[in-house]
Design a protein around this ligand. Sequence first.
Ligand SMILES: Cc1cc2nc3c(=O)[nH]c(=O)nc-3n(C[C@H](O)[C@H](O)[C@H](O)COP(=O)(O)O)c2cc1C
Length: 412
Amino acid sequence: MVDRRIPNLHDLAPLMQFKRPTFDLKAKRLREALTIEDLRRIAKRRTPTAAFDYTDGSAEAEISLRRARQAFRDVQFNPAILHDVATVDTGWDVLGKRVEQPFGIAPTGFTRMMQTEGEKAGAAAAAAAGIPFSLSTMGTASVEDVAEAAPDGRNWFQLYMWKDRDRSMALVDRAAAAGFDTLLVTVDVPVAGARLRDSRNGMTIPPSLTPKTIIDALPRPWWWVDFLTTEPLAFASLDRWSGTVAELLNTMFDPTVTYDDLAWIKSQWPGKLVVKGVQTVDDARRVTDLGVDALILSNHGGRQLDRAPIPFHLLPDVVREVGGDTEVHLDTGIMSGADIVAAVALGARFTLIGRAYLYGLMAGGREGVDRAIEILSVEIARTMRLLGVNSLDELEPKHVTQLERLVPRVRG
Ligand SMILES: Cc1cc2nc3c(=O)[nH]c(=O)nc-3n(C[C@H](O)[C@H](O)[C@H](O)COP(=O)(O)O)c2cc1C
């Protein structure tokens, strides 16, 4: 038998939680995004299809990216119980200086096309979070602008070696003069990957107004207001360009670059040198023997070779081969802080986020990037605590089992 009674207003009052209406819709939208995937959904709603697809898409059948993300989802964590995890430290030294988180922002081209605040928002948000920001050769803010947006930040410059060596190195000299302490040399773009979404969308730089793009713009007026009322989109470091991305890459980039060129760049650059886009154990060994300060296991977010090696699967072998001699970093497919913890447990010293940052940028400019960094940081700290560790040093391979659905066939 249940005793029933007339509800009493006095008892109900504390249960009623009507929130004050908020007029800051951006803050509300970002607060309600709990994961990077949530930010992606907001980004998709607010960004014209061509710009969103340029960011979200990858090469050919997009297998490289799907597999890389799946590999992270196929992680089993093995927690240790009954540890005092009241405090947790998510930072350590990367390339000789402390980072507050084991991730930084990857170099991305054309960033102001996704959202007009672009690289300056990324650099300022990274500086505020105590993590590095990387500026691409194809950036839409200059090295000087980025240095000004994040004077206390740790800024890295990414180089695509282009056919005109003198001009490439002039750009590198500008980066050094603006205080950039690390050079990432990207080596996985001898030619442009086949980004089919861009071809299908007729994506051009800058975006062109066609009947299709105008119709697509109608539900996204704020993107266009931003775009049309701010500084025109241009490469900050390159000449003006009009044409497709693939045409630009193929015209500019040098398919003849070899190990000798890498050694030459190393001899020219006074700071830390990192090679981005290593995809086999053999190449990891070769670049390490050249004396680089770190290598990044990456398949460019799946935007170049499709069906490429999965960086996260390659990690244990590469760490075993060269981990004692150089830092091993990793990117491609990171969508949560747990992905980053798994990579650190298997020996990565650092990771980079490309799309996770850009989804935040498209969802809400600078505040959106802050939110993306916050989501990942909170996930990292919580995962570490749940694993029973207080610091990144305590993360070990035993904390992770890679459940492999794609196991290479062993011949003969
Ligand atoms: C829109 C976009 C533009 C990119 N542009 C560059 C670039 O100019 N230079 C470069 O080295 N990598 C570039 N990348 C690759 C990223 O640096 C990084 O390797 C990749 O995004 C990591 O994968 P994730 O997006 O899954 O995090 C770009 C990636 C994206 C998504």
